[in-house]
Ligand binder design. Structure first.
Ligand code: GDP
Ligand code: IMO
Ligand code: MG
Length: 426
């Protein structure tokens, strides 16, 4: 059986958690393939909001297996807090939550290194979530990391000590003032490790291969978004993993010819949290209204998200790199009430209009070119059927589909699970 992928096409926070939860009923296994607790995936149902960090967004469905793949980096401390948050839902973790032995561990000193690195950069900081993501992936590619599977062997604590000592020396190189009490951090870390060890560790690539032979259906859940991809994003203002489709192959051990649907998810406008270029960013009342109506505050850090119009140049690029087969448009309700809706269709780059993403999308090098579409005033929150969508929104949807030549199969009109319109006509 083939594997479907669900990926963010912008700078993250597109609404991946909500849609994975909605689609889980169609799959046997939901598998996260990259990123770590820098992610905050929000699900809302029965009037309750849940934010997941490392645990896949299928966890509330009792009949699914949720898998944390080898491409993910796990912070035992955050992970245990996440488990505690789910305590009241009687989830059978032993059975429904499986962890790859090859996933890397985020150590307390990785978080400290993240903080030291950011502090040393001053104004040029990435705007990291400071969860230790960059330093952990650096140790992975530098071949120094500690993996979940190591916890099954006696000598892992020696490895830990050597690495943590090295990290402490490295923190010293950054000439910044980072205060910490490593003994405290380690006490918390080692007690979280004991809880982590009660979960089921697996050779996830074997598990997935067998599941495919058994005809099981798998949905791979991405974290972050394509423009935060380490290779294809707005480097260096990116995260440290491959957030794009290929990342699902390496992050789970799925062969490229086993990938079927690639569901690309995007907001009806654009947001970004942290530093880095953002061509369509709005600094006026329109942007402030989007932020307010869309409640655009980071699910992990609470930082305000920068807001702007939809950027079709960036979206076209993400569609191409991921091989998107279906589009999912989120937060259409947030655009209700604007008289006109602008869409960036090209960038002016060196005096010429270009439709591809140039090497630099800094404001110094490009200017977005917009077209204007009619807005709509209708409150979309209660709409459940595609035939009830306002004409101007349908026109907006058709315009995007036409530009990208990919169907939009789902339109989301509110944070709740039920506020999801399947466009069966597509
Ligand atoms: P993720 O990281 O991609 O899972 O997205 P986040 O959870 O970080 O951010 C998406 C935010 O938008 C969350 O607060 C969701 O509850 C909310 N949300 C998702 N879909 C919609 C929608 O269609 N309309 C509105 N108004 N909010 C939505
Ligand atoms: P989800 O999965 C939005 C951003 C950070 C920063 C940059 C690097 O919820 O969509 P890192 O912590 O990886 O060193 O931060 O990437 N970032 C996200 N922005 N959503 C996320 O995840 C993000 N994860 C990281 O703000 O700019
Ligand atoms: Mg998020």
């Amino acid at each position: 059986m083939a594997v479907d992928l669900l990926l963010g096409l912008q700078w993250g926070d597109e609404g991946k958690g909500k849609i994975v939860d909605v689609l889980t009923k169609n799959y046997d296994i939901i598998a996260r393939f990259q990123g770590g607790p820098n992610a905050g995936h929000t699900l809302e149902f029965d009037g309750i909001k849940h934010v997941l960090r490392t645990i896949p967004s299928g966890i509330f469905h009792k009949n699914n297996v949720n898998l944390i793949g080898n491409g993910v980096v796990i912070d035992p401390v955050v992970f245990v807090k996440e488990l505690e948050g789910l305590d009241q839902y009687q989830i059978d973790y032993k059975k429904n939550l499986l962890i790859s032995r090859k996933a890397h561990l985020i150590l307390p000193t990785h978080r400290l290194l993240d903080a030291a690195s950011e502090a040393s950069k001053g104004k040029a900081k990435i705007g990291s979530t400071l969860k230790g993501i960059g330093p952990t992936y650096m140790d992975k590619t530098g071949r120094n990391g500690i993996r979940v599977g190591d916890l099954e062997f006696d000598n892992w604590e020696e490895k830990y000590r050597a690495l943590a000592d090295k990290h402490e020396a490295m923190i010293g190189f950054y000439n910044v003032n980072i205060e910490y009490d490593l003994a405290d951090l380690e006490a918390e870390f080692f007690s979280a490790i004991e809880i982590l060890k009660t979960l089921t560790f697996i050779d996830s690539e074997e598990y997935i291969a067998q599941a495919q032979k058994d005809g099981k259906t798998i949905l791979a859940e991405g974290a972050q978004g394509s423009l935060l991809d380490i290779d294809f994003g707005t480097y260096p203002f990116v995260t440290s993993s491959n957030t794009t489709a290929a990342g699902a192959c390496t992050g789970l051990g799925v062969a490229p010819n086993k990938v079927n649907g690639v569901f690309g998810i995007f907001k009806a406008y654009t947001t970004r949290v942290g530093s880095g270029p953002f061509p369509t960013e709005l600094f006026d009342d329109v942007g402030a209204t989007m932020a307010k109506v869309g409640n655009e505050f980071g699910a992990v850090t609470g930082r305000p998200r920068r807001c702007g119009w939809l950027d079709l140049v960036a979206l076209r690029y993400a569609v191409q790199i991921n091989g998107v087969t279906e589009l999912i448009m989120m937060k259409a309700d947030v655009l209700s009430g604007f008289e006109k809706i602008k869409v960036c269709t090209a960038y002016n780059y060196n005096g010429k209009n270009v439709e591809h993403l140039p090497y630099s999308i800094d404001a110094a090098h490009i200017t977005p070119v917009y077209i204007e579409l009619e807005g709509w005033n209708d409150d979309l929150a209660g709409i459940t059927n595609e035939t009830d969508l306002p004409k101007a929104l349908n026109d907006y949807i058709s315009f995007i589909e036409n530009e990208l030549q990919i169907p939009i199969t789902i339109v989301s009109v509110g944070p709740d699970r039920t506020q999801t319109i399947h466009r069966n006509s597509r």
